[in-house]
Design a protein around this ligand. Sequence first.
Ligand SMILES: [Zn+2]
Ligand SMILES: [Zn+2]
Length: 158
Amino acid sequence: MGKNGYNNHMPKNQTDLTQKCRQILIDHNIPVTRPRIVLLEILLQNKGPLKVEDVIKLSEGKLAISSLYRIINMLRDLNLISEFQTPDNTKVIELSNIKNEHHHHIFCKSCGAVDDFELNDDLEKNLEKEIQVIESSHHISVLSHSLELLSLCNECKR
Ligand SMILES: [Zn+2]
Ligand SMILES: [Zn+2]
């Protein structure tokens, strides 16, 4: 590295972001590799849920689809990311440990955009109570719930 090292020209927040991703891997005892960093950077930068195809696009050639699926499975098994399907069965991933507050998803029926939303606490508590009623009437144990909103997004409703 010369006196005007390339690193000096990198935006500080990019360095911070990479460092944060590196730390997430280290904290979970996952060996640090470039593709894992790239995936975490993309998920952290975009905050909301992302379709696998969008991750590929955002990686600008740095992630191959086969290795991406391997990394997703690995990080999912470690509960670092969670995975769900859109109503048309597209796989969507999001960070779970970093942003672990309970939330729900909105899907655009037209373009497939995915977004997060949260119910207010009272509604969540009432939902949990209702679920307990359902558990006893159906003799089941409910492990989790999710609420999906099918929508036309701001772009598509025009
Ligand atoms: Zn849309
Ligand atoms: Zn909920």
